[in-house]
Design a protein around this ligand. Structure first.
Ligand code: NAP
Length: 541
C-alpha cells in the first residue's frame, strides 16, 4: 500500500497519536473503536516503530515471540505464526504490517512526517500540532507512542566530516543494508544492540574492531525454530499466557518466584541459577531470586556465576579479562541475550579495543583515533544507544500551560505522573513515558497494552462525563515521583551508569527512567486511579 505523505493540511481531530509502532497501532485501533476522529503521525515510511528503524544486522527481539504479541484479538493470534522463539527484526516488522492491514489502520496514519512542535491552546482546550510537512493540526488529546528508545545517541566525535568511510548509527541503519564483506569494520559500543551486530557480522568482515567502554553480562540465548506442533502448543496456552504476563513483576511469563535466596541452600541456589541459565531467556535476569536486584552480596554471587559462563567461552585469558564486568552487578544494566557473541572474540581478525582508559578522541580521514592508537576502518557502526525515555518527547518541542516547555522541564528534573501524564500538560498522554514500567523492566507488549488501555478508558470516561481536560495535580505528581524514587532507591540499579538512569547522556538529570515496583503493582495503581474517578487529577468541563 502507498504510504500517505505530508501535504501541509489543516484539520481538527479528537486525538493525534505520534508513533505507529507496537503502542501506536494499538492506540489508534482503540480510539477508533470509541468512534473518535484520530490521526496518527510517524516519521517512518511505514508502520513498525522500533522494528522499522532498528534494521541493523542481527536485530531480533529478546522477549519470547508468543508473549510479544497483541492479545486483544483472537483472530490476530489465530492467523499469525511465529517462526521461532526470538524472531529477527524483519519478522517483527511483518507482524506489525499484518496487524495494520488486518485492522485497516494505515488510512489514518500520516507517514514520513515528523511532529515539529505541539502547543497547548488553553482558551480552546486544544493542542496545536505542527509538522515538518507544514501541517497545522488541532486536537483535543495528544498521545505520544514514540517508544522509550527511539532518539539515537550519536557521540560527538570531532572530525566526522573528514572521515572518508561510512558511518552509521544502528537505529538509522540503511534499509537496503551495507555490504560489509571483506571490509574493515569498527563497532562502537557493546550494549544489547552492538552484541547483536557483532555476533552477526563477525565472520563476514575482513577485520572487526570492537570499541568497548563497559563490558556486559550477556546471557546465552536459546532460540529453537517452531514447527506446527510447537505453534499449536503455545496457541493452546493463549488464555493462560495472557493471564500470566498480566500478573508477573515484569510482564513476562516467568517471575523471580523461587523464594528467598537466603532460604535456599547453596546447592539449591546453584540448581535454580543453572535452570534459568539453561532456559536461554531473560528469566536468567528476572526469573530467579528477587534479591538479585536488591542485595549486593547476592548480586555479586550471581555476577560471578555469569562471569564463569563467559570465561568458559573465551580462548585468550587476556581478552576474557576485558570482557568481564566487575564494577557493576548482574542485571543492573539491561541484560542482553547473545547468540555466538563471545565466540567472535576467538577469531583472529577480531580485536577488542578497550576504550575505558583510552577513549575514542576523533575520526581521522581513514578511521577512528583513540587516546592510544589509530584504527583504519572502512565502516564505523555506532551502536551507542539512545536518549531514553525523554529523548523523543523532547524533540517534539511540546509547550503546555503558560508556555512551559516540556524539554526544559525535563532538562531540570524528569517528573511525570505514572509515566502517563505530566503536570502542566493537560490532555497529553505518554505511553512508555519516563517513570512508567517499560523496556527496562517489562515485556514491552504487556506494559504498552496496559498503558494504552488506561488512556483509552480515561478518554472514554471524559466523553461520558462531558469533561474537556485532564491533568495530574502537582501533589499527585509529587506523590508518584516520591514512590517511584523510593522503589528505585531500594534496588542496586541506581548505582550503575547506563541509559536506565540517564547516565549515558551528558547533563541529563539522574533518575531511574522506568518504574521498578513491578508491572502487576503498577497495573493495580492505575486501576485504582481509574476506579476513584481520577482522584488527584484536575478534570474540567
Ligand atoms: P546501550 O545499552 O545504551 O549501549 C550503548 C553502548 O555504546 C554502550 O556499550 C556504551 O558504553 C557505548 N557508548 C556510548 N557512547 C560511547 C562513546 N562515546 N565511546 C565508547 N562507547 C560508547 O544501547 P543499545 O545497545 O542500543 O541498547 C539499548 C536498549 O535497547 C537495550 O538495553 C535494550 O533494552 C534495547 N534493545 C533490545 C534488543 C532486543 O530486544 N532484542 C536489542 C537491542 C537493544 P557505556 O556503557 O560505557 O556507556
Amino acid at each position: 500500500m502507498e504510504p500517505t505523505v505530508s501535504n501541509g493540511s489543516n484539520d481538527t481531530f479528537d486525538a493525534i497519536i505520534v508513533g505507529a509502532g507496537v503502542a501506536g497501532l494499538y492506540q489508534l485501533h482503540r480510539l477508533r473503536e470509541l468512534g473518535l476522529r484520530v490521526r496518527s503521525i510517524d516519521a517512518a515510511s511505514d508502520v513498525g516503530g522500533t522494528w522499522y528503524w532498528n534494521c541493523y544486522p542481527g536485530a531480533r527481539v529478546d522477549s519470547q515471540s508468543y508473549i510479544y504479541q497483541y492479545w486483544f484479538s483472537q483472530e490476530l493470534i489465530d492467523e499469525w505464526d511465529w517462526s521461532q522463539r526470538f524472531p529477527p527484526q524483519p519478522e517483527l516488522e511483518r507482524y506489525l504490517r499484518f496487524v495494520a492491514d488486518k485492522l485497516d489502520l494505515r488510512k489514518d496514519i500520516r507517514f514520513s512526517t515528523t511532529v515539529s512542535s505541539a502547543d497547548w491552546d488553553a482558551p480552546n482546550a486544544q493542542w496545536v500540532v505542527r509538522t515538518d510537512g507544514g501541517d497545522v493540526f488541532r486536537t483535543r488529546f495528544l498521545i505520544s507512542c514514540t517508544g522509550m528508545l527511539s532518539a539515537p545517541k550519536v557521540p560527538p566525535f570531532p572530525g566526522h566530516d573528514r572521515y572518508r568511510g561510512t558511518v552509521v548509527h544502528t537505529a538509522r541503519y540503511p534499509r537496503e543494508g551495507i555490504d560489509l564483506a571483506g571490509k574493515k569494520v569498527g563497532v562502537v559500543g557493546t550494549g544489547a544492540t552492538a552484541i547483536q551486530v557483532i555476533q552477526t557480522i563477525g565472520k563476514e568482515v575482513a577485520e572487526l574492531k570492537v570499541f568497548q567502554r563497559t563490558p556486559q553480562y550477556a546471557v546465552a540465548m536459546r532460540n529453537p525454530q517452531f514447527d506446527d506442533a510447537d505453534r499449536a502448543v503455545y496457541k493452546a496456552r493463549t488464555q493462560e499466557l495472557y493471564e500470566r504476563v498480566n500478573s508477573t513483576f515484569t510482564g513476562f511469563d516467568f517471575d523471580a518466584d523461587h523464594g528467598s535466596w537466603y532460604d535456599a541452600t547453596p546447592e539449591e541456589r546453584r540448581e535454580v541459577l543453572e535452570t534459568v541459565w539453561a532456559d536461554g531467556s531473560l528469566s536468567m535476569w528476572v526469573g530467579s531470586y528477587p534479591e538479585v536486584l536488591t542485595d549486593e552480596a547476592v548480586g555479586e554471587e550471581v555476577s560471578e556465576f555469569v562471569r564463569d559462563k563467559i570465561r568458559a567461552r573465551i580462548d585468550d585469558p587476556e581478552v576474557a579479562k576485558k570482557l568481564l564486568p566487575y564494577h557493576y552487578t548482574f542485571g543492573t544494566y539491561r541484560v542482553p541475550l547473545e547468540l555466538g557473541y563471545y565466540d567472535v572474540y576467538n577469531l583472529d581478525h577480531v580485536e577488542l579495543v578497550d576504550v575505558s582508559e583510552a577513549p575514542i578522541e576523533c575520526f581521522t580521514e581513514t578511521g577512528l583515533r583513540t587516546a592510544a592508537a589509530d584504527y583504519e576502518l572502512d565502516v564505523v557502526i555506532l551502536a551507542t544507544g539512545f536518549d531514553a525515555g525523554t529523548g523523543s518527547l523532547s524533540l517534539m518541542h511540546i509547550t503546555g500551560r503558560d508556555g512551559v516547555s516540556l524539554t526544559e522541564e525535563w532538562q531540570r528534573d524528569i517528573r511525570s505522573t505514572l509515566g502517563l501524564q505530566v503536570h502542566g500538560f493537560p490532555n497529553l498522554f505518554t505511553v512508555a513515558g519516563p517513570l512508567a514500567p517499560s523496556t527496562a523492566f517489562c515485556n514491552m507488549t504487556t506494559c504498552l497494552a496496559q498503558q494504552v488501555d488506561w488512556i483509552t478508558d480515561c478518554i472514554a470516561w471524559m466523553g461520558q462525563h462531558e469533561r474537556r481536560t485532564i491533568e495530574p495535580t502537582k501533589a499527585k505528581q509529587d506523590e508518584w515521583v516520591q514512590h517511584h524514587d523510593e522503589t528505585a532507591d531500594a534496588t542496586l540499579l541506581m548505582r550503575t551508569n547506563s541509559w536506565y538512569t540517564g547516565a549515558n547522556i551528558e547533563g541529563k538529570p539522574r533518575r531511574l527512567l522506568s518504574y521498578i515496583g513491578g508491572a502487576a503493582q503498577y497495573r493495580q495503581i492505575c486501576e485504582d486511579v481509574k476506579q476513584s474517578g481520577y482522584e488527584g487529577f484536575r478534570v474540567e468541563a
